[in-house]
Each structure stands twice: as C-alpha cells, then as structure tokens.
Ligand binder design. Sequence first.
Ligand SMILES: Nc1ncnc2c1ncn2[C@@H]1O[C@H](COP(=O)(O)OP(=O)(O)OP(=O)(O)O)[C@@H](O)[C@H]1O
Length: 803
Amino acid sequence: MASRNQNRPPRSPLFKKDSADEAPLDKRRKIGTGRVVVPARTGRVRQPFAAANNRQDVVATGDMASTESSECGSVEFTKEEVEALLNEKTKGKKFDTKGKMEQMNDYIKRLRLCIKWFQELEKSFLLEQEKLRNSLESAERKCTETEVQMKNKEEEFNATVVELREQNASLQEKFAKEESDKLDAIECHRRESEARVVAEKLQASVSAELEKTQQEKQSATQRVTTLNDMYKRLQEYNTSLQQYNSKLQTELATANDSLKRVEKEKLAIVENLSTLRGHYNSLQDQLTSSRASQDEAVKQKEALVNDVACLRGELQQVRDDRDRQLIQVQMLTTEALKYKESTGKSFAELDILTIKSNALEETCSSQREQLRILQHQLAAANEKLKMTDLSASETRAEFEEQKRIVRELQDRLVDAELQISEGEKLRKKLHNTILELKGNIRVFCRVRPLLRDDGAGTETTVISYPTSTEALGRGIDLIQSGGQKYPFTFDKVFTHEASQQDVFIEISQLVQSALDGYKVCIFAYGQTGSGKTYTMMGRPEAPEQKGLIPRSLEQIFQISQSLSSQGWKYKMQASMLEIYNETIRDLLTINRSSGLDMTRIENAAPGKQYSIKHDANGNTYVSDLTIVDVCSIKEISSLLHQAAQSRSVGKTQMNEQSSRSHFVFTLRISGVNESTEQQVQGVLNLIDLAGSERLSKSESTGDRLKETQAINKSLSSLSDVIFALAKKDDHVPFRNSKLTYLLQPCLGGDSKTLMFVNISPEPSSVGESLCSLRFAARVNACEIGIPRRQMTARPSDSRLSYG
Ligand SMILES: Nc1ncnc2c1ncn2[C@@H]1O[C@H](COP(=O)(O)OP(=O)(O)OP(=O)(O)O)[C@@H](O)[C@H]1O
C-alpha cells in the first residue's frame, strides 16, 4: 500500500480528502462503481471529486488555482462528481456579486480542471487505444506469422504425411518384394539345395572318377616307369646282344678266317698231297699222318663247323631273341607310346577334369558360400519351422484331440441315433398299443408346398414346426396375420418337404394290418386344393409322385404274394364309389364290359339307388355296387384310372381340378391259409373327401353352389359325428349323411382309422387351415372302438361272403 501511495499523483487540493482514498485499491474500485476511471496507465490514484456542498474546502485563490491547475493533469473525477459539478449552483446572498464571482471563478477553475482531466483522459484513452491498436496489430502480425508458421508446419506435416505415406507404400512394396524375394530365396534355396545335392553327387562322381583316373594315371605312370625301365633294360640287353652278336660275328669272321686258312691249308695240303703223291709211298706215312692230320683237321673243321653251326644257331637264337626282343621292344614301345598317348589323353582328360574339377570346386566353394548363407537362412527358417512345427504339432495335437472328441461324439451320436430309432420304434409300438387300447383315430397332418399359383417364393410363412423334442415331427404351429400362434400336435406332421414315399412309409404298417385281417380306413380331409387327392392318388404319370392308394395296393399285392410261401392265398375285391350331392355313384359301372371279372351285385342296373348296409360284424355293403375281383396291380391301376376319369371334378376358385365328391376306394381282402386252416378278412378303405370350403370363398353359383352345399353338409355331419363320439353321446348321428353312414364302422366301430388333415400353406388359407386343424384335433381326441382282427378258423364249407 505504501509503495502504491508513493506512486500516486498528488491529490488535488481542490477536493476534500476522501476516506475512500485511504481504502485498499480493490475496495475502492468497488466503492467507485460507476465512476469514469482513467486507465491504469501510470499507476496513479483516483482523486475523488469533492462534494459540491463542501464549500469550505474550496479555498483556493487564483494563484493556487493556477498552481493546482498545473497539477490537475493527474486529478481524477468520478461520474457522480462530474455530474455534481455540472449541476452545481451558486449559493450565497442574492446581491453578493463578489462572492458569486469568486464562486464562479472557483467553479470555472474546477470546470477547467475537469475539462483538462477529460482531455487528459481522452488523450490517455487515445494513447491507450493507440497502444492497444499497436498491440492488436502486433498480435495480428504475430497471429498471421503464427498462421503462416502453422500453414508452413501444416504443409510440412502434409509433406511429411505424404512422405510417410509414400514411405509406407514403398515399405509395403519393399515388404511385398521382400516377401516375394523371400519366397524366391526359399525357392532358390530349394533349387540350390537340389542343385547342391546334384552337384555333390556330381562332385562325388567326379572325385571318384578323378581318383580312379589318378589311380589309373599312377598305375599308368608306374607302368610307364616299369616300361621305361624295361625299355632301358631291353636296350641294355639289346646293346649287350648286339655286342655279343658283333663278338660272335668277329668270332665267326675269325672262324671263317681260320676255316679259310684251314681250307687254304687244306688246299696247300692237297697241293702238297698232290705234290707229295709222287712222294706217295714215301710219303705214305707222311700221308697217313697227313691224313690223320687231315682227319684231325677235318674233325677240327667239323668241330669248327659244328661250333660255327652251334654259334650260328646260337646267333640265330640270339637273333631270334633279339628280333623277339626287338618285337617286344617295339610292342612295348608301341604300348609305351599307347600308354604315353593314353597317359597324354588321360593327362589331357585329367587337365580337363582338373579344370572342370577346379571350376566345380570354385562353383562348389561359391555354392558352399551360398550354402553357408542358405544354411544360415535355412537355420533361421528351420528355427521358424521348428516354431511352426511346434505350433503345428500343438495344433495337430489339438486337432487330434478334437478329432477324438468328434469321433467320440459321432460314436455317441450313432449310439444315440440307434437308441432314438429303437426308442422311436418302441414309441410307435407303444403308441400303436395305446391307440389300439384307447381306440383313438390316428391323425396325420400334411402341409403341401406353396404352388406357383399361391405365389411360391413369397416370404410370408403362416406355418412353423416346433423343434422341441416332444413336438418334433408331431407339432405344427399356425400363425395368424396378427402374429397369434395356434399350436397343434398330431400323431405325425409332414412338412411341405415330405415326399409321397415318406408319407407312405408311415402308413405301410396300417396297410399291412388290412392283410392281417383288420378293417383299415384312411381318409383325407382338408380344404379344397390342400392336397387330398395328391396324397391319396398322387400323380400316377410320375412314379415317385404316386399316392397312397396305388402304393398301398402295390404293397398288398407284393406281401400277399410273398405270404403264399407260408400257405396263404388271398382274394382281393375292389370297389370304387363317390358320394356326389348326397348320391352314391358307382365309378366302375361303365367298365362292366371291360372283360374284367365282375361280381354282380343284386339290382346293379344303371340308375339304381345304392343303399348302404352294415352287418352285425361291422361290415359295410353298398347294394348294387360293382365289385371287381382283382389279381394284379395292373388291373387295379386300370380300375383306378377309370375311376379317376369318372370322378366328378370341376374347376373352383381354389382348385383347377377340384374333386366335387367324396371318393371311396374299398379293397376287401380275404385270406385263407391252407396249412393252418386260418382265415382272415380285412378291408382297406381309402377315402379322398371333397374339399371343405366356405361358400363365400368359393364364390360358387348354380350347380357348383349346390355341390358345395352338399359337400359342406356331409362334412359338417362328419364333424357332428366326431363331436358326438368325443362327447361319448348316446346318440351318434351317423345317418345324417351318406358319408358318415358309410364310415360308421370306421368311426364308431372296430377298425383302424387314420385321418390325413391336409393344409394349404398360403396366408390366405389361414382361416380354413385353422378350422381343419381344430377339427383334426377333435378327431384325434375322439375314442372309437378297439380294433378287432377278423380271423377265424376255416369252416368246413369255406365260402367268402360279402353283403
Ligand atoms: N405335397 C404336394 N406336393 C406337390 N404338389 C402338391 C402337393 N399337394 C398338393 N399338390 C398340388 O396342389 C394342387 C391341389 O392339390 P389337390 O388337387 O390334391 O387338392 P385337393 O385337396 O384334392 O383339392 P380338392 O378338394 O379341390 O379336390 C394340385 O395341383 C396338386 O398337384
């Protein structure tokens, strides 16, 4: 505070000392709110303006005013003070002009001070403004500089980024190149390894060859040395022989000389003899002695000749030896030459081989160097490989473990499947037993696939199949457009993917029952176009699309034939009728002239009323109905074809080829076993009901409307019967329709009955499907009589009776 006070400008004596002046600066600033404050330029202290009514404080004279005016440059005014100054009014007596003048002077002085202060203030403001402008400019400059710097930096940074990107790209390129180089190197290494192996092999073979050649060379050199030695020895021997020869020649020459001499002597002796012949007698002694000496000389000569001959022989021998030796020498020389040549060749070859070997050694050394590098790389690669091997072995072990687990699981799965199939078999058996005990009508549901006309491929699905274990293959959920789900469970549910064969497999046991002597009834129920006819008859033109009726008949004929080996003989009789508008129509009547064996029923004339009758055994008969004995599937097929042609079919809104009647196929089977005297009587009823449809939906009119009404009536009669059976009513209205009356033994009696409920999958049929499924569920819950096998011992007079 003291230091601040030191820096303060002198307080204007014009104003009274304000206590706020002594207060700390911050506090004063608070107090001075609303004042006009000079910017803190010099650290001056504001001088509060004296209150206008403190007149006793304003005592300055003109001099003082001038003195103070010189100091007032640092005087400060607050806004209130300025306002107070401006609003100040003269006080005092009205006619005290002097006093007023003084007051005015004083006022003017203060005004001047204030104006000066304002000017100062303005100046200082301007200065401050200038300063601020300068600092703003400098700040702007700095800012621009910084901006420029930033821009430069940004450019630099961008350049660096670009550079880095380029570097990255080039690095990636390099990396890719390195990778490809690495691959090349690996390939090169592999090739070089192979080349190395080949080169090593070559080197080994060349070394072996070289060694062999060196050995050969050594042996050749040795041989050359020995040959040279031999040649030298032979030359020496030759020389000695030549010397010996020359000696012998000289000896021969001396011997010849001596011979000549001896001959000369002989001649001289002969001459002497002749000269001495005269002296013969006298010289007889001399002669004898001469002869003796001659003999001796001859002997000597002979000896000498012998010696010469010997010598000649020896010489000849020596010559021969020499010649031989010479020849040998020549041979040896040629051999030596050859050897020399071969040695030369060998040497040349050796040289070439040495060059080659050197080159190879060089290659080898360079390859060794490469090999060393490659070995390094190989070692690294091996290291990597080891690591990879390790991880691979780990993975393999894991894989093996997984495989083992999978195998285990597969085994378990197989076991489980076996168990399931066994369980399924058991379940079916138990189910059959339960059903037989309970007497329920079995119900199978079949959903047909979406047809092109239905808009196949549209994604809306109104049917789903539950996947829970208890409902799998037996459950079906119908989903209404609102999302409401209606779950149903039947004995079996066939999805749209089920084939005719899949369906037949499930009913084949039931068909077999007909052969065993049971009454079997299978009927198809469902809205029009839901696939009833497809299920029952199928498309006979396509073998895999044959329906249950042809398949069942095929099975029956096959089994009946195979049972013949056990002594069973079967007789089959077929009939086919339709109930159209509550009237029975015989579908086989027009075939009476077809040549087939027809069993004529009483009053079977066209236009006859066919009446239904049941006997005490629960057998149903239709009067006047054509019954045809059938022996083969071919016969039945042609009958079926004929019946199909005769059926009342029409085009409806829902189906192009709608069955407008209930179709009933009946096969009576009677079997007799010759060996056991057993007799069975089974009946197989296969029924394709007319389609249930709402009148509104069918949009039928005229005859079609009548048909639809009749169909609906009989179907509603069927449901009435079912509901009455379900409720265990005393009265079941079987007689309400031809259909229910015909089916009475099946529904309320002792037959094995199966109902197919056919469902259309298209969303527009949800309502109909729901009705069908609800009806089927009621049927499924309905108890009928316990199936009874019609099996008797063969009566002595065995005759089958029908109706
Ligand atoms: N499971 C299926 N697979 C393929 N096509 C089928 C299947 N079920 C039915 N269809 C076809 O659907 C159409 C209608 O079938 P179908 O005539 O059998 O119905 P329906 O219930 O007998 O009708 P209606 O009561 O009017 O006689 C036919 O063209 C038939 O071939």
